[in-house]
Design a protein around this ligand. Structure first.
Ligand SMILES: Cc1cc2nc3c(=O)[nH]c(=O)nc-3n(C[C@H](O)[C@H](O)[C@H](O)COP(=O)(O)OP(=O)(O)OC[C@H]3O[C@@H](n4cnc5c(N)ncnc54)[C@H](O)[C@@H]3O)c2cc1C
Length: 356
């Protein structure tokens, strides 16, 4: 089965496309398969595509923030050039973090005063407070800004890369699993099926949890000056008074579907931070949902599947696929083609549950 030079990538979500890009750059022969089953989840199709180097919960940098931000910017810019869609994939949208109380405001100020590692991403509170907050946004305890944040247009990226693959006869609508009998030969298979790989991966001791998320597209008459507004949930401007409002998180959902509970949770979350006139006038344009593929320790999984000589995975991108995906796919490609050891953070060897 594994006697050609061609690699097979299964799954054309974010992880599959990032992996394909790594192979493309190296001039490696490959093709991409995507299941025809529309009921199969594609988290990448519904994701808002946001990236943010700061974890607001504890007010610290997210894991490997600087490295991931650098590789992420470089990768999506390269893809924009390659696909001839410059300026259309990666967009800047600073985050205006509405402080929930005075303690949080004090913590923000302390992080800056102490030159805490997160402070490189945080804007000073006082410098911003008077001139940035618009009338429609309510922030009685003030707010801070994370300037180096934004979003990636995932549907555009996936569609554009798919068109490229189709034009080269390298995209096929086919299903694959560990039990599949292949008619063509491949030297390796890179499994990028997200939650679709859960059962197969469980059989070798790798756990992928489905983290169900819901997201709204709304129209609201307010001007956030291009900024994403965050207070637990977030409002991401998409132009012409349209915003993405997300997201919910729920475990143990097998089949993803939008729910009334999700709708209410999302709408009530922004009630305290926008004026009642704006809230009463908002219109829900779309309601979507998907299953995020989450690992047990919230780090991606990359590497060879135990018990299978030539099957590798890129999975577990979780809630921050846009930010962590480019670096992780590059690590896996360096491992496959340059024999570079995988960083322990992403390597499967960190898993105690692995069945070898
Ligand atoms: C509501 C919501 C909001 C989100 N917002 C953000 C955000 O703002 N920022 C961020 O960074 N991340 C966000 N995410 C997370 C992000 O979507 C994921 O990290 C990322 O998309 C995972 O990509 P993936 O390619 O691993 O999985 P998927 O996108 O699910 O892709 C897997 C692909 O494999 C295919 N497949 C499955 N089984 C088979 C099979 N047997 N044979 C062939 N093909 C198969 C599926 O059809 C699918 O296309 C969000 C997710 C959700 C649900």
């Amino acid at each position: 089965m594994f006697n050609s030079n061609r690699s097979l990538i299964v799954g054309a979500g974010l992880s599959g496309i990032l992996m394909a890009w790594e192979l493309e750059k190296r001039g490696v022969e490959y093709e991409v398969w995507q299941s025809p089953d529309a009921s199969l989840n594609s988290a990448s199709r519904v994701a808002a595509g946001m990236f943010n180097p700061v974890s607001f919960k504890r007010l610290v940098s997210v894991w490997n923030a600087e490295e991931h931000m650098n590789i992420m910017r470089r990768t999506y810019s390269e893809l924009e050039s390659f696909l001839d869609i410059k300026g259309k994939i990666i967009h800047s949208s600073p985050i205006l973090r509405v402080f929930p109380n005075n303690q949080y405001r004090d913590l923000w100020a302390k992080r800056i005063k102490d030159s805490h590692e997160v402070s490189i991403w945080l804007n000073d509170i006082e410098a911003e407070i008077d001139n940035k907050c618009t009338e429609e946004i309510l922030a009685p305890f003030g707010f801070g800004i994370v300037r180096d944040a934004g979003w990636v247009d995932l549907p555009l990226l996936l569609d554009s890369f798919k068109s490229f693959l189709v034009s080269k006869d390298r995209f096929f609508t086919k299903t694959w699993s560990f039990n599949s009998k292949l008619t063509k030969s491949f030297c390796r298979i890179i499994d990028c099926r997200g939650v679709g790989a859960s059962l197969d991966l469980a059989s070798v001791g790798i756990k992928i949890q489905a983290d169900h998320g819901e997201l709204l597209t709304i129209r609201a008459s307010m001007d956030t000056k291009g900024m994403c507004i965050n207070r637990v949930k977030w409002l991401l401007p998409r132009g012409e008074s349209v915003f993405k409002l997300g997201a919910t998180y729920k475990w143990d959902i097998v089949q993803s579907a939008p729910t009334d509970e999700g709708l209410n949770e999302l709408l009530s979350s922004i009630r305290p931070i926008i004026s009642s006139t704006t809230f009463d006038g908002l219109e829900v344009l779309n309601h979507e949902s998907g299953l995020r593929p989450a690992s047990t320790d919230r780090r991606p999984y990359a590497g060879r599947v135990p018990g299978y000589d030539s099957i590798y995975i890129l999975n577990g991108l979780g809630t921050r696929g846009v930010l962590v995906g480019p670096a992780t796919s590059a690590h896996l490609a360096n491992h496959l083609f340059d024999n570079t050891p995988l960083p322990l953070d992403v390597s499967l060897s960190r898993l105690k549950t692995l069945r070898t």
